[in-house]
Structure formats: C-alpha cells, structure tokens
Design a protein around this ligand. Sequence first.
Ligand SMILES: Nc1ncnc2c1ncn2[C@@H]1O[C@H](COP(=O)(O)OP(=O)(O)OP(=O)(O)O)[C@@H](O)[C@H]1O
Ligand SMILES: O=P(O)(O)OC[C@@]1(O)O[C@H](CO)[C@@H](O)[C@@H]1O
Length: 305
Amino acid sequence: MIYTVTLNPALDYFMNYESLSLGEVNRTGKTQISAGGKGIMESRMLSLLGAESKALGFLGGFSGQYIKDFLNENQIDSDFTEIADLTRINVKLKSQENETSLDATGPKLEEKEIKHFLEKFNHLTPNDIVVFAGTIPKTLGEDFYERLIEKVQDCGATFVMDVDGQKLLDSLPAHPLLIKPNREELEAIFGTSFENNEQIIPYGKKLLDMGAQNVIVSMAGDGALLFTNEKVYFAQGIKGELKNSIGAGDSTVAGFLAEYSQSKDPLLAFRQAIACGTSKAFSDDMPSRAFLEDIYKKVNISEVK
Ligand SMILES: Nc1ncnc2c1ncn2[C@@H]1O[C@H](COP(=O)(O)OP(=O)(O)OP(=O)(O)O)[C@@H](O)[C@H]1O
Ligand SMILES: O=P(O)(O)OC[C@@]1(O)O[C@H](CO)[C@@H](O)[C@@H]1O
C-alpha cells in the first residue's frame, strides 16, 4: 500500500485575474476550490492512475470536512486524524503574468490528536511505501518527520520525501526511495545557481551520495532530470498551454510511485512521472485520464552521458 502523509493539508482557493495590483481592489474572474496539500494531491493522482493509496494526516473544521467529503466522494481512501482547529486555507492567485501562493501556517494540534495520528504508524509492513509531503504545522516540531521516518524503518517499510530545504537533507541518511527537489529548491539547498542542465548534474549526484536512492530534479516547463545509482536521464519539457501548475510536482511524485511500485523500473516510472506532472500543469484541476495518456505519448527521455 502507498500511504501519503499530509501533516498540513490545505483547502486551496484559486482566484484568476487579468492582472493584479497590490494595495488596490482586484475583482476576480474565475474562482475554484480544491482539496489540497501535497500528499492529498498525490493521492488524487494515484487514484486517477488506478493505484491504491491511503491518505493520512490531520483535518479539522469546515475546510477539513470539505476535503474529507471530497476524498470520500471520489473514492480516495483516507484515514485522517480529526482535529479541533481549522485546516488552513491557501490562496492561489493566477494572473496573466504569474502564479502567486499565499500559504497559511496551519492549525494548532493537541497532544491527544498527535498520539492518535502516531498510532497509525504501528502497523506498516515491509511492502508499504510512505510519502511524506509538505510543510509541518508548528506544534509538531521541526524533527517530526525524523520521528516518523524512524517508525517507518522500524517496520521495514520504504519512504519518499517530498519536502524541501533542511528537512530534505536531514532525511537522506535514512535512504529515501525518491526525493524531488525543483531546480530552485536545489539551488537554495546548495547555495548556488544553475544556468544549464550540465551544472545541475554534480548536485543531483551529490544527493545520491548523501543517501537518496533516486532523485528527480524538476524544472517546470524545461522538463526534469532523473538520477539513479546507474544513470542520469533527461526528460524534455513538453509544449502546451499552462493552466495551473500548482500540484504538478506532487503529480510527478505520484506518477513515479504508481509505476515504480509495480515494475520497480525507475526509467518507466520517470516516464509516468513526466506525463502526470505535465498533464496536471496543462489542466485547471486534475487532468482527465485520456489527456494524461495523450501526454504520455509525447514524453521524450534520453540518457545523459
Ligand atoms: N509550464 C509547464 N510546461 C510543461 N510541463 C510542466 C510545466 N510546469 C510543470 N511541468 C511538469 O511538471 C513537473 C513538475 O513541475 P515543477 O518543476 O514546477 O514542480 P514543483 O515546483 O514541485 O511544482 P509544485 O510545487 O507547484 O507542485 C515538471 O518536471 C514538468 O514535467
Ligand atoms: O505548505 P506546503 O505543505 O509546502 O504546500 C502546500 C501546497 O501549496 O502544496 C500543494 C501543491 O503542491 C497545494 O495543494 C498546497 O496549498
């Protein structure tokens, strides 16, 4: 079973504008509400691909109830811990020039809620893959993922880290199956900047040396690089109309896992990852299955020598 863990889910409120001016009244065009948070987005994409997953984390208040109902209505299995505080609402602004996220910190959690959540990690099996995705609500403490990783490893299960910065680095000695920093996150981690793909290669390899089993460096419209212990691959960016790239990274991770959990073939998994990320970016919400399959046929991957 693939478990996605979203410690800090979000009700995403998308607002579209022709143009936006700070300090002015801005009248929105189209708006849309969506059940978000990185692990939840991953479970949504896994479900689209027909891969079984169970979404875990904390949900509370009317925003949490919306997400719970959405998952139930879409037959996406979940086992969230109910909390007294409100699940955050993140505002995503899209204008013709760019996409802006206004992301909230998240709820306060009570000791008994945390205890209830932790109990779910006592019954993992070696066949399970647990994906840790997104930020951590402050109450849980900065080392919460490390505690969870320990629990996963005690059960002999595998884990994936879809987080950025120091938390990503801290997880590497425990050998995550996959990490997926985007180019900007990789630049921030190593305090450098990249002008071309060649400059990225040593840093992707460094993440392998530090413990990751597979690394995808995603580069939005410029495609992605996959680093395995044997080879490095480049997937070209696919041309199309960008509609909503929020969740493209999560969809990339989900695509990789859906395939890898079946075939254990990182190259095939990378192909599915690119199809999922791209078709998500070219859709307002999740793509249709047919559109995803169309995009899959356009994925072009070559080995980097
Ligand atoms: N504008 C785009 N055109 C084509 N493909 C895209 C575009 N944006 C994203 N993708 C696809 O989705 C993948 C992931 O995108 P990106 O690098 O933006 O991840 P991310 O920054 O983690 O995204 P997010 O945090 O918004 O979920 C890319 O590697 C690419 O395959
Ligand atoms: O604050 P985090 O947990 O890093 O990211 C949260 C978030 O931006 O990630 C998803 C897209 O990747 C959105 O659904 C959600 O609002």
